[in-house]
Design a protein around this ligand. Structure first.
Ligand code: FAD
Length: 288
């Protein structure tokens, strides 16, 4: 199947893009890397009259680090997350997660902003943004506003983006010496979307977990901050010895549905296994 006919425009500037999006309302949709949108257009899941190509806008690019914050432009490609020395040093969770996104061709085109805006519940980067307590900068003709990642994801493919708004950049707290991060996912084949995955950020006190933010993906309708599990693991020594209280907390945070080929109780079991793996990996990093 092929997409319905649409007009295509490449704005000259970010303000130009905002103007086009405002003037065309629901008829217009932005395209960045096109790795999700084009598939949707070809399957006729949506049929916009106008596709606004934001992929060349310099205002949406760039990587910087200042005052303990790393700012990445919305057009940062998944492949750049893998290769960037700044990302590897200050937000290594993003570089680790990017290894699991699709395949090389997808990572070369797909963007950070596109992944967050698309809000696939099984995508890696939304969960990383939530675990890292990232802040999104959203822009429109009305100006810019900031939204915490955990407030940005509203439901299945639903976000806080208002009509005419674009993700401009994402700000991540830079890793501190005491911060440790962990990541794991289970998928049927490498590069497939995750069946269940987990991104974790923890402040370590020796071999004990101080504060923690765990975000699961692939389990429920969005990247989900697991407050109960995060609280239950506070003070735990890693590697874990035997069964742990966090296992009971997982059910309080995650209430998955049965999906074709995967029952809800299996997802919870997989989430428990992944949590144990990720927590034990924090111990290795703390030791390093
Ligand atoms: C075969 C295949 C396998 C894949 N596997 C994975 C995977 O394992 N994990 C994973 O996470 N992803 C996967 N993807 C999706 C890929 O990561 C996409 O690149 C990403 O989801 C969207 O980024 P994009 O830049 O391509 O966005 P686009 O496809 O251009 O846009 C996606 C949506 O976001 C909107 N949008 C884009 N940029 C902005 C912005 N700055 N502000 C506001 N709205 C914006 C668009 O209007 C559109 O609605 C896969 C894709 C394919 C085709």
């Amino acid at each position: 199947m092929k997409a319905r006919n649409f007009r295509y425009i490449r704005p000259a500037s970010l303000d130009h893009a905002y103007r086009i999006l405002k003037d065309n309302g629901d008829d217009a949709v932005p395209i960045a890397g096109g790795q999700s949108l084009l598939a949707g257009l070809n399957m006729r899941l949506s049929a916009p009259k106008l596709v606004v190509d934001i992929g060349d806008l310099k205002e949406l690019t760039g990587q910087s680090h200042a005052h303990g914050t790393v700012r990445l432009g919305a057009l940062t490609r998944h492949g750049e997350l893998l290769r960037s020395a700044l990302v590897k040093r200050h937000v290594p969770l993003l570089a680790r997660a990017a290894t699991e996104i699709g395949h090389v061709a997808i990572r070369n085109r797909g963007t950070l902003g596109g992944s967050l805006a698309y809000a696939d519940p099984a995508a890696e980067l939304p969960a990383c943004a939530v675990a890292l307590d990232a802040t999104l900068t959203l822009g429109s003709l009305a100006g810019e506003r900031e939204v915490k990642a955990e407030d940005f994801f509203k439901g299945l493919f639903e976000t806080d983006l208002m009509p005419g708004e674009l993700i401009v950049a994402v700000k991540f707290p830079a890793m501190q010496a005491s911060t440790s991060t962990g990541f794991a996912e289970l998928s049927r084949r490498h590069g497939d979307f995750a069946l269940v995955g987990l991104a974790a950020v923890a402040t370590m006190r020796g071999d004990r977990i101080g504060t923690a933010r765990l975000a699961y993906f692939g389990c429920v309708d969005r990247a989900k901050l697991a407050r109960s599990v995060s609280a239950a693991i506070t003070g735990l020594a890693v590697p874990l010895a035997g069964a742990s209280a966090f296992e009971g907390a997982i059910g309080a945070d995650l209430t998955p549905d049965d999906t074709p080929g995967l029952r809800a109780d299996t997802k919870l079991r997989m989430a428990t296994v992944l949590t144990r793996r990720v927590l034990n990996s924090l111990a290795n990093r703390a030791a390093a």
